[in-house]
Write a protein that binds this ligand. Structure first.
Ligand code: UD1
Length: 389
């Protein structure tokens, strides 16, 4: 097959992105599809769930993502409205462009919305980052993960534990393929391009001397509604971050949801110290540079748990659970919940040199996307042959 063209009757692979954490997963996949022989044609659909410069445009540039072929421009709304809008606007795309399959990544609302439209139109659904489970149904992402996996035809996993989760939910083993972690493909291919942390602070108008502390510096991100929407959780979290900053300076890249809540709840004073640099959401290359140079990461993000494991930087995850257990078992991640005492203890351990150093999990080697291209190409061609028979 290698020298041949992609069959003309097999439509493009519709690749869906919607929100920030999708972009670093899709970039290596698109590159692998175009490098594959025969080249696999794609149609990049952006739902517009994230839309502004900080959450979207800068990441497209950093990750060298092509301009989307289609932008559904759904924007922000309640979960129901956002999901419904994506579905309404995505359906005509399938009718008009007749893709061979729809490839979705991760667990955001756009992931589920596009998967649901596709399965009802008999277009195969391909899910990258399948089978991760926090077992916490209060997380909107957990619902998106469980439902997307139920209707996906081909499921690519990042760690071996995902297969057991899927089989427990009745997903047939032959639909699942362990390929490794595409987000780490992005990290490894961009590592050399990462921006210097000092330059990032300087551009944000903050004295980079903050980073010269003998104990190093910590990187903070927080955006989960369960952590940032109520004063009862956000206030103690910000208070303990302020305490921590007296031991080690912090660079806090603040999500728009968190910024809005800090303002609404009048908590800005807690962050007003020269030991905490509050930055807007960062570009990919800025964040990569900040992470690579950090002494520790304090975050409730899914992606940062994996990126800090890949970089060997201890990560204290401000959540009660994780859908990415390998980052705890093999990587540098520790769950500290939002208990100030556990956060203090975790930081103390890292600063006294007993933080986790971890090891790199299997197949987090920069080759996950080429594995997907090889498997998906064979799978689509075999499906086509079966249908023609
Ligand atoms: C979404 C994902 C979450 C992911 C996160 C990364 C779901 C259910 N959640 O959550 O899994 O970790 O993205 O950021 O899909 N906003 C902007 N500019 C933007 C986009 C959003 O200012 O470009 C603000 C809006 O005020 C919006 C709020 O951020 O209301 C939340 O955005 P939304 O996409 O609803 O969810 P996230 O919290 O970002």
């Amino acid at each position: 097959m290698t020298d041949q063209q992609w069959p003309a009757d097999l439509g493009p692979i519709a690749c869906v992105v919607g929100a920030r954490p999708n972009f670093m997963k899709m970039a290596p996949i698109l590159r692998a599809f175009s490098a594959h022989r025969p080249a696999m044609p794609t149609l990049l659909v952006h739902t517009g769930q994230h839309y502004d410069n900080d959450m979207n445009d800068r990441l497209f540039v950093d990750l060298r993502l092509p301009h989307p072929d289609i932008n559904l421009e759904v924007g922000s709304a309640t979960h129901a409205v956002q999901t419904a809008e994506v579905m309404k606007r995505f359906e005509p795309v399938l009718d008009g462009r007749r893709p061979s399959c729809v490839l979705v990544v991760g667990d955001v609302n756009s992931t589920l919305a596009c998967a649901l439209v596709s399965v009802k139109k008999d277009v195969p659904v391909v899910h990258v980052e399948a089978g991760l489970r926090s077992h916490d149904r209060a997380m909107p992402e957990e619902i998106n993960r469980v439902l997307t996996d139920q209707i996906a035809d081909r499921l690519y996993t990042t760690e071996r534990s995902a297969l057991a989760n899927l089989m427990r939910e009745g997903v047939a083993e032959e639909r699942v393929c362990f390929v490794g972690n595409v987000m780490i493909d992005s990290l490894l291919s961009n590592r050399e391009l990462a921006h210097s942390p000092a330059k990032t602070l300087q551009l944000a108008g903050i004295d980079p001397a903050l980073l010269d502390d003998p104990r190093g510096y910590g990187v903070v991100t927080l955006h989960r509604p369960s952590n940032v929407d109520q004063v009862e959780t956000l206030q103690p979290l910000l208070s303990v971050l302020r305490e921590v900053s007296e031991q080690v300076p912090l660079v806090f890249a603040m999500h728009p949801r968190t910024r809005a809540n800090v303002e609404r709840l009048g908590l800005g004073e807690l962050l007003r110290t020269p030991r905490i640099a509050v930055l807007p959401p960062q570009g990919y290359l800025e964040m990569l540079g900040l992470l690579a140079g950090a002494k520790l990461v304090l975050s409730d993000s899914g992606g940062l748990q994996e990126e800090s494991t890949a970089l060997g930087v201890p990560c204290l995850t401000i959540r009660e659970n994780t859908e990415r257990p390998i980052t705890i078992e093999q990587g540098t991640n520790t769950l500290v919940g939002c208990d100030p005492q556990a956060i203090r203890r975790g930081v103390g351990e890292v600063l006294s040199g007993v933080g986790k150093s971890g090891r790199i999990p299997e197949f987090w080697d920069g080759q996950a996307a080429p594995r997907i291209a090889a498997d998906l190409s064979a799978w689509l061609l075999a499906r086509r042959a079966r249908r023609a028979a």
